[in-house]
Design a protein around this ligand. Structure first.
Ligand SMILES: C[S@@+](CC[C@H](N)C(=O)[O-])C[C@H]1O[C@@H](n2cnc3c(N)ncnc32)[C@H](O)[C@@H]1O
Length: 224
């Protein structure tokens, strides 16, 4: 299926809001803190190849470049405007991050990267359940045996305060159908179903838009 034939939800739920994405995320999600925690989990090293699924406007790439400029970074995202913004922002920051427009697929995995680390932030909550499963399977396929998968996304909303915050913000923008499975705690079981081992909801960060959880898992050694 061509990239234009397959639909996707843009960064803030509507294409017209994409120019405001960075400022909204900075103001409403404690972005600096959760990105720092995510990068700590990723622990980028010289020579790492890091694939970012749903790379959006390229903010994680800029932060990763600052943390470890010798790591190779490839971002993939179906949204043309987000990809253009990511390229512009990274060039300005002196980062050589590469951005590909598309969905994560077997062809994309073969063509663009052989990552030892695969990451995704704030993507899975806004895609349908079947797409969550497909993306996680492809992340598993993409990463090298022994490699690391890290996800930062809205996870289980455990308190009434966090459920209310999530309902009033994220679910207003992205709808209930795609987002509710995350709020019900589906991500860790789906990661394990995709084949990942040692899956752990390692951190939970409360924000005014709901709890963002950091999940980690590994592809077992000896499996392709
Ligand atoms: C909320 S933004 C997050 C962007 C970025 N990862 C970040 O941390 O700021 C979600 C991104 O996921 C992308 N996206 C939507 N559907 C997707 C899919 N099926 N596969 C990969 N990315 C997708 C959107 O285009 C958008 O850029």
């Amino acid at each position: 299926m061509s990239i234009d034939a397959q639909s996707h939800t843009p960064p803030l739920g509507h294409g017209a809001l994409t120019p405001f994405y960075d400022i909204v995320i900075a103001l409403m999600t404690r972005e600096r803190y959760w990105r720092e925690r995510l990068i700590k989990r990723l622990a980028p090293q010289p020579g790492d190849v890091i694939l970012d699924v749903g790379s959006g406007t390229g903010s994680l790439a800029v932060a990763l470049h600052k943390a470890e400029p010798r790591a190779v970074y490839v971002g993939i995202d179906p949204d043309a405007e987000a990809v253009a913004r990511a390229r512009h922002k990274n060039k300005k920051a002196g980062s050589s991050a590469q951005f590909v427009r598309g969905f994560l697929s077997e062809d994309a995995i073969a063509a663009y990267a052989h990552p030892n680390k695969v990451v995704s932030s704030l993507v899975l909550h806004q895609v349908p359940l079947e797409e969550k499963k497909r993306i996680l399977r492809q992340m598993y396929e993409a990463v090298e045996p022994g490699g690391l998968v890290c996800i930062a996304d809205y996870g289980q909303q455990r308190s009434w305060r966090m459920r209310l915050a999530f309902r009033r913000t994220v679910q207003q923008l992205d709808g209930v159908e795609d987002t509710q499975p995350n709020a019900d705690g589906i991500l860790a079981p789906l990661m394990a179903d995709a084949g990942l081992a040692d899956v752990d909801e390692a951190e939970r960060i409360n924000t005014m838009t709901g709890t963002i959880s950091l999940y980690v898992g590994h592809k077992p050694l000896g499996r392709c």
